[in-house]
Design a binder for this molecule. Structure first.
Ligand code: PCA
Length: 327
């Protein structure tokens, strides 16, 4: 009897020990994003989370909260800084007020291919990492959206066609372009584009063909122009507090999975750039060339934007653009 009692006590304390060890060693991160679960960015994050879980043998799990369920797109970095989520994803330009060089990838007509976009990212990354570190965050990886084109309900024959139209915006670049065109800016989150179109709240927008496809814009959008205006990136990051709390081998697993996610994401983006334009076409959207004089005017507007941007950001803008143009 006595033996059984001791045995039971031992078993109970052993079980307690195991439990304590499991709870101590398994870490759970919440990762907030403002984009849909089906979006290629979010799918890539889901794969990243699976890779981390596998490589850490389940010691670190990452739960993804898509569609602004944990925080709105523009609030995600603050949410991570406040510790309400350990990790997050947002579009880099959502941080330009706080980190001006986060806008470098949304300056129009600087980058016109994925290899240019890679080059720009290499130059932009060290500064972004430094600013993130100053705010207690660690950059994990960045992946671009496919190139930004012009979607319109009416054919574009001159820039005057934009006057008074309702132009959807999603960042400071699209807002400034709408202003320069004399259009009325309408701020619509990516996930609400389909709704805003069907409610007659927007006539045109600059965004990727993919965003057009994901929102099934063809009911209202009849024309798409591949102007390759810029390649904006989404960034995935974690709080330093959460990252530093991991064991060194788990940290290494996170960084390895992040590197893989970056490579995988860039390839997926590039493949989607082509297939999404084809899907717009298959759904009746006319893929047209912008008239040459309009193209020239748009490029001039881009130059104006660049000058304004470099002036407002100051020397840090030069540390990116000077080597970018010198090659
Ligand atoms: N889609 C996102 C950002 C850039 C893009 O291609 C959007 O339209 O909000």
């Amino acid at each position: 009897m006595k033996f059984i009692k001791i045995g039971a006590a031992l078993a109970a304390s052993l079980a307690g020990l195991c439990l304590a060890q499991t709870t101590n060693t398994v870490t759970n991160w919440k990762l907030a994003t403002g984009y849909r679960a089906e979006s290629f960015h979010t799918q890539n994050i889901a794969q990243f989370a699976r890779d981390v879980a596998d490589a850490s043998a389940g010691k670190l799990t990452i739960e993804v909260f898509p569609n602004s369920t944990l925080a709105k797109l523009a609030d995600i970095s603050q949410t991570v800084r406040d510790g309400k989520a350990q990790a997050g994803e947002t579009i880099m330009t959502s941080m330009v007020k706080d980190i001006p060089i986060a806008g470098a990838d949304s300056v129009p007509f600087v980058v016109s291919s994925y290899s240019d976009a890679q080059r720009l990212w290499k130059l932009q990354r060290p500064g972004i990492e430094k600013h993130f570190a100053e705010r207690g965050m660690k950059l994990l990886y960045a992946v671009p959206w496919p190139p930004q084109g012009l979607h319109s309900s009416k054919p574009v024959r001159s820039l005057a066609d934009f006057k008074g139209t309702q132009m959807r915006t999603y960042n400071s670049t699209t807002l400034r372009i709408a202003e320069l065109l004399g259009a009325r800016p309408v701020d619509v989150p990516m996930v609400d584009v389909g709704k805003a179109l069907s409610e007659g709240r927007m006539d045109n927008m600059i965004t990727s063909a993919l965003t057009g496809v994901e929102n099934k814009v063809w009911g209202q959008i009849k024309y798409y122009y591949e102007i390759n205006a810029w390649f904006p990136k989404n960034v995935v990051f974690v709080s330093n507090k959460a990252f530093d709390a991991l064991k060194p081998e788990t940290r290494a697993a996170v960084l390895k999975a992040a590197g893989d996610a970056e490579t995988r994401g860039w390839s997926a983006s590039q493949a989607l750039a082509t297939s999404a334009t084809e899907e717009l076409r298959a759904n009746g959207v006319k893929i047209e060339r912008i008239p040459p004089d309009v193209d020239l005017e748009i490029k001039r507007m881009g130059e104006k934007f660049s000058r304004e941007w470099v002036r407002s950001v100051g020397n840090e803008a030069n540390t990116i653009f000077v080597p970018y143009y010198i090659k």
